[in-house]
Design a binder for this molecule. Structure first.
Ligand SMILES: Cc1cc2nc3c(=O)[nH]c(=O)nc-3n(C[C@H](O)[C@H](O)[C@H](O)COP(=O)(O)OP(=O)(O)OC[C@H]3O[C@@H](n4cnc5c(N)ncnc54)[C@H](O)[C@@H]3O)c2cc1C
Length: 387
């Protein structure tokens, strides 16, 4: 862990900043207008090796760990770019790495590390289950050497830009399983073969440019050897990956927060009204200072959670708390940034309104704030469960 948040891995941070300088606001604004995918940005990050930092060296990655990955994503977001288009390429492979067979690891991980294969779709959420994952009903029925999948998923991001997808589905109905969290399995779906052969992808237009989709499975046949780990244990497998996801998304929020604070303080120094810089007014200055205080505290929690993860220690509560603190700090900084800019905060060309929309997502996804509070209230503080 670095002494000061935001200072770990200085070489990585500098290299990411340099790369991001080639993708200025205008690049993101154009894509945002068309809800188009940042193909060139993702290609450049891949070629520079930044998306394979979590893949061990023996499989072609740099094996640097989660702390390095948080530095990459924080700098991307601080630069005004957005890692949402590709962050899952970093961590979704963790399910294969931790629970896949040796053959699966050798087949997929080197190709993911090189970027030849994109594994950046993670299919969990369903329209009728919501956050209660044990209620998912997408079902994979085993028939000989294949599974036949039927069901529906929603909010599955980057599905159109992925060669592979980690899919959580039921292989035993909830009512037939010993516990509600049993009977779910993880399948690694080859999207190149599935689309048009039983899988339909329908894009969902949202308030931000996030390439998210709905998926419809209609008797999709996949080979049985795409099962990861043991049948029925999938829920446990995906929980592991969710800690990495929450910590990395928290790092994106820290980057967003720094973007807003950089922009707010620069504008407050520069903009003159009533014959003086608006930042001289404490009504303008103090909210920005408060944002810095909140963000610095959140960044310490992100670093702590990442360090625990890298040491292989339990980090579920810390990952949740880091994600909650960071998403709230970035959202507060976003609000201040709009206010500091006055009318210009609403003008597209300042990029503030775009980042404002983008950072709002993280209080809902990948897990909503209420569910984190519920985890803290029941798992850490031992209070009764509401569900
Ligand atoms: C842009 C975007 C991208 C996404 N990408 C993915 C993806 O790639 N893969 C994937 O699987 N999912 C993805 N998601 C889904 C995301 O993880 C869920 O939207 C999120 O977990 C919340 O679930 P929900 O939308 O079903 O809300 P619900 O579960 O319906 O909850 C609605 C609201 O009620 C609250 N609530 C529910 N139950 C309780 C309770 N017991 N106590 C207190 N409050 C409660 C929640 O906090 C929430 O605010 C994405 C979502 C979005 C919007």
């Amino acid at each position: 862990m670095a002494d000061q948040p935001g200072t770990s891995h200085p070489e990585i941070r500098e290299a990411v900043r340099k790369l991001c300088a080639g993708f200025p606001g205008e690049y993101w604004r154009t894509l945002d207008r068309d809800r188009a995918y940042p193909t060139e940005f993702v290609r450049t990050l891949t070629e520079a090796g930044f998306l394979s930092v979590l893949i061990p060296e023996e499989y072609g990655g740099s094996g640097l760990g989660l702390s390095a990955a948080t530095a990459v994503l924080e700098e991307i977001h601080r630069s005004g770019c957005n890692g949402g288009a590709c962050h899952a390429q970093m961590y979704t492979m963790g399910t294969v790495l931790k629970h896949g067979s040796q053959a699966q690891k050798e087949t997929y991980l080197p190709a993911i590390a090189s970027g030849e294969l994109r594994l950046q779709a993670f299919g969990v959420t369903e329209p009728t289950a919501g956050t209660d994952t044990t209620r998912i009903s997408t079902f994979a029925r085993r028939e000989g050497d294949k599974y036949i999948i039927n069901g529906q998923k929603i909010w599955i991001s980057r599905a159109e830009h992925s060669d592979l997808m980690v899919l959580l589905c039921r292989t035993t109905a909830r009512e037939d399983a010993a516990r509600p969290s049993d009977g779910m399995s993880v399948l690694l779906i080859d999207m190149r073969k599935a689309v048009g052969a039983g899988l339909t992808i329908r894009p969902i237009r949202t308030m931000l440019n996030h390439a998210t989709t709905e998926l419809f499975f209609d008797n999709l046949e996949v080979p049985a050897d795409c099962l990861i780990g043991e049948e029925g244990k999938g829920f446990r497998y995906i929980l592991d990956g969710m800690n990495a996801e929450r910590i990395l998304i928290a790092a994106e929020c820290i980057g967003d927060g720094r973007f807003f604070i950089d922009r707010s303080s620069a504008y407050a120094k520069d903009r003159s009204v009533f014959g003086r810089a608006i930042g001289e007014n404490q009504g303008v200055q103090f909210p920005i200072a408060r944002n810095h205080v909140q963000l610095s505290a959140a960044a310490l929690m992100v670093d702590h959670a990442a360090a625990l993860f890298d040491e292989g220690k339990p980090c579920g509560s810390e990952a949740n708390m880091a994600k909650m603190l960071a998403s709230e700090a970035s959202w507060a900084a976003a609000d201040t940034c709009i206010q500091t800019h006055g009318g210009f905060g609403f003008a597209e060309e300042y990029d503030v309104e775009r980042k404002f929309r983008e950072t709002r997502l993280y209080q809902v996804a990948p897990i909503s704030t209420n569910l984190i509070l519920s985890h803290v209230g029941t798992h850490i503080l031992g209070m009764p469960k509401s569900f």
